[in-house]
Design a protein around this ligand. Sequence first.
Ligand code: NDP
Length: 282
Amino acid sequence: MMKIDTYAVFGHPITHSKSPRIQQLFAKQTAQVMQYGAQDVPAEIFTTAVGNFFAAGGKGLNCTVPLKELAWQYADHLSDRALLAKAVNTLARQADGSIFGDNTDGIGLLTDLTANHGISLTGANILILGAGGATRGIVPVLLEQQPATVVIANRTVEKALAIADDFAILGPLQGCDYTSLQGRQFDLILNATSASLSGQLPPLPAALLASKGSCYDLAYANQPTAFVQWGIAHHACRSLDGLGMLVEQAAEAFYVWRGIRPETSAVIRLLNDERQLTDNSR
Ligand code: NDP
C-alpha cells in the first residue's frame, strides 16, 4: 500500500505535462505532504491502469487527452459540472472507496480568461475549434457568461453537432465544420483541438478573427504554439496559450482532493519564467 498520499496524471502522450510540477508547487505552498506523478496511459489500458492505481491506495488522478470521456464513464458519482460535460479530468477516491469524478477545465479556463487576462465573454461571439473532452468541459461555463453566440467547429462535424445538441438548452450554441466558417468573424477563438500537440492547425479562413479579437490555445508549450502564432499573424489583441488555464484547473483539482485552494498567480509567473529560460537556452 502507498504510505504517502499519492496522485498522478494519466494521459497519452504525457511527457510534455507540467501537472506534476504544478501540483508539487501547490503542495509546497500549502504544506501538504503528498506526491504526484505522470503515467503514459493509452485509452486501451485506461480501466486497468486506474483500477491498479486506486487499488494500490492512490488518492486522486487527473485525466487528460484522450481519456476524459473514459474517466467520466469510470467514476461512481459525478459533480454537476462533470455530469453536464460528460467528461472528467479529476478523479478522487472517497472515504467509502467510491470514485468521485469532477471537471475543472471550464472553471480553469474562465478564471484565466476573465480574472487573469480581463477578457470579457458577455455579448461576445465565441468560436471553439475542436469537439473533444475539453470542449465538453468548457461549453457550459462559457454559456453561463451570456455570450452572443458560441460556435463549435470540428473536423468530424458529427461531434460538434452532438455537443451543440447536448448543450443547446444552456444558450446560443451551434456546431459546424471548418468550411462553414467562411465569411464569419469572432471576438474570441479558442483552440480546443489537440492539433497543437503535433504542431498542426485546423484550416481557418484568414478573416476569421474580428478586429480587437483574441485567440487562446488551450494547449501550451515552451514556444508559441501554431495557433498562438496564427493569432499573432492575424493581429489578435491577445494571443495566449493554455498555461494559465492549466494552473487554474489544477488548483481546482487540488481543492477537490485536499480541501485547500492554492494561490495561482505566483505559480503561473514561475512557470512562465521557466519556459522563457528554456527558450533562451535553445
Ligand atoms: P480530445 O482528444 O478529446 O479531442 C481532440 C480534438 O482535436 C477533436 O475534436 C479532434 O477532432 C481535434 N483534432 C485533433 N487533431 C486535429 C487536427 N490535426 N486538425 C483538426 N482537428 C484535430 O482532446 P481534449 O478535448 O481533451 O483536449 C484538446 C486540447 O486541449 C489538447 O491540446 C489539450 O492539451 C488541451 N487542454 C488543455 C487544458 C489546459 O488546462 N490548458 C485542459 C484541457 C485540454 P476529431 O473529432 O475530428 O478527431
